[in-house]
Design a protein around this ligand. Structure first.
Ligand code: TYD
Length: 210
C-alpha cells in the first residue's frame, strides 16, 4: 500500500487529540494529505457501535461481547475507510487501534492477548500500523486533566486498578514491539511531546527533517 498508517495510543487524558492535530498540521504544512480518524468510530456504522460500547447504562456487558464489538467496529472502519485511504496514498492518523484492544480487553479485562489478537487479525485482515506512539501518563494525572469533562464513559468509569493494568499492558507491548511502538512521556509540555513524536518518525526514516 502506498500511504502511511500511524496510530496514537495512550492513557485516558494523555493528550492524544492535541498531538494528533499537531501532527496533522505538520504533514499538511509539508503539502501532504492527511486523514484523521478514531476508534471505536470512523464510519457511520462504527460510530453507532461506539455508542453501544461506551454507554454507561450497559454495566452488564460481558468482556467477550465488548471485545467483539470493538473488533466489529474496527472491521468496518478498516475496510470502508482506512484501507481505501492508504491505497490513495494518504497519511492516515488513527486515535487508537488494535493495541487498545490487546491492552484493555486482552490484558485489563483478562480475556487474554492471544484471543484478542485472533479476532482482530480476522477483523483487520492483519493490517498493522507502520508506526505507533504510546502517550504514557499516570492515570490519576490523566483524570486530573479530564476533570472538566461532564460525564465519564463506561470505560473511563472503571476503577483505578483497571487503569493501572492498562498502563502495565502498554508497557509490556512496548517491550514486545520495539520496532513499531514508541513510548513518549506525556507529562512533558505539548511542544516537547510533539518533538518526541517527530523524532520517532525521523528515527524510523519516515520523515527526513524536522
Ligand atoms: P475515547 O473517548 O476515544 O477515549 P480516549 O479519548 O481516552 O481515547 O473512548 C475510547 C475508550 O475505549 C477508551 O477508554 C479506551 C477504550 N478502548 C478499548 O477498550 N478497546 C479498544 O479497542 C479501543 C479502540 C478503545
Amino acid at each position: 500500500m502506498e500511504g502511511l498508517f500511524i496510530t496514537i495510543e495512550g492513557m485516558d487524558g494523555s493528550g492524544k487529540t492535541t498531538q494528533i492535530n499537531k501532527l496533522r498540521d505538520y504533514f499538511e504544512h509539508k503539502g501532504q494529505h492527511v486523514v484523521l480518524t478514531r476508534e471505536p468510530g470512523g464510519t457511520v456504522i462504527s460510530e453507532a457501535i461506539r455508542e453501544i460500547i461506551l454507554d454507561i447504562k450497559y454495566q452488564e456487558m460481558d468482556s467477550v461481547t465488548e471485545a467483539l464489538l470493538y473488533a466489529a467496529s474496527r472491521a468496518q472502519h478498516v475496510r470502508q475507510h482506512i484501507v481505501p485511504n492508504l491505497k490513495d496514498g494518504n497519511i492516515v492518523i488513527c486515535d487508537r487501534y488494535v493495541d487498545s484492544s490487546i491492552v484493555y480487553q486482552g490484558f485489563a479485562r483478562k480475556i487474554g492477548k492471544e484471543k484478542v489478537k485472533m479476532i482482530n487479525d480476522f477483523a483487520t485482515d492483519k493490517l498493522v500500523p507502520d508506526i505507533t506512539f504510546f502517550l504514557d501518563l499516570e492515570h490519576t494525572k490523566g483524570m486530573d486533566r479530564k476533570k472538566n469533562q461532564q460525564e465519564l464513559d463506561r470505560l473511563e468509569a472503571e476503577k483505578e486498578q483497571f487503569h493501572q493494568m492498562v498502563r502495565e499492558g502498554y508497557h509490556q507491548l512496548l517491550k514486545e514491539n520495539p520496532h513499531r511502538l514508541i513510548g513518549v512521556d506525556a507529562s512533558q509540555s505539548i511542544e516537547e511531546v510533539h518533538q518526541a513524536i517527530l523524532n520517532g518518525l525521523k528515527n524510523k526514516n519516515i520523515i527526513v527533517d524536522k
